[in-house]
Design a protein around this ligand. Sequence first.
Ligand SMILES: Cc1cc2nc3c(=O)[nH]c(=O)nc-3n(C[C@H](O)[C@H](O)[C@H](O)COP(=O)(O)O)c2cc1C
Length: 254
Amino acid sequence: MPSRVYWQHSCGGIYWCLAPIKPGLLPFPGDLIDLLPFLGNILKVTAAFCGIHLLGVIFVPDILAISSSPRRNGNSELALRSFCRAAEEKEIAVELIRLHELRLSPCRGCELCARDGKCVVEDNMQPLYKKVVEARGLVLATPIYFGSLSAQLKIFIDRFECWWHAKYRLKKPFVLPEQKKAGFLLCAGALRKPEFGDNAAFIAGVFFHSINYHYGGMLHLQGLDNMGAINSNPAALKDAYDAGKEFVRSRVLL
Ligand SMILES: Cc1cc2nc3c(=O)[nH]c(=O)nc-3n(C[C@H](O)[C@H](O)[C@H](O)COP(=O)(O)O)c2cc1C
């Protein structure tokens, strides 16, 4: 009799489920993520050979981690990775996205999205909408630029104008508040000025509210300027790790 098989992969591992067996986790090096489609095909063929009906192969991160610094491995990204390590240690799948590696246009303000809640701009934002629908946690990391968010993050946020229409005008939000998804903001800045973090958090709070993600808090790491400065600041890395641990615990992502 054919069984139902469902598996998903993440940077952290391959998850598989052969109903009614519970999902399991096989360690998988994130650097080899590109091999997963190939492995998916092998699994499909093997499943077919065993008379198993494979329902699909999907990638569903529990936490979507958005790095918005133009510097790969910048302070905010390293803080983000510390935050996410706390989640991965609890076997929560995390996908890290670097906005500066994507082709993202700013919102055109065309308001064509008012018709159906969908953005008409065809660029790398399109798959991100789907990921935000599917994730349970959304963590935004940004350097402080002129007392606010990075331009890359603001572009990402503004492109959710379509979700604003879906929620407020069309009354058909893509995420429901009852789904209890949560967002968090991580900022890294050179100056010890908490108001810069508050400013960024205010914008992130408006964003999370508009997309029906509950605001799960913020951490503003201050006194970090040069590339990699956070590596000489174990207290800052620990703060980020502890924030990740608390986010996972309090938001019941376990
Ligand atoms: C264009 C620009 C504007 C900045 N503005 C601020 C600022 O207003 N306040 C602040 O604390 N740091 C400011 N900084 C410093 C960065 O926030 C700091 O270097 C941070 O560690 C960069 O994070 P990243 O390594 O993740 O890119 C600015 C840096 C740049 C390049």
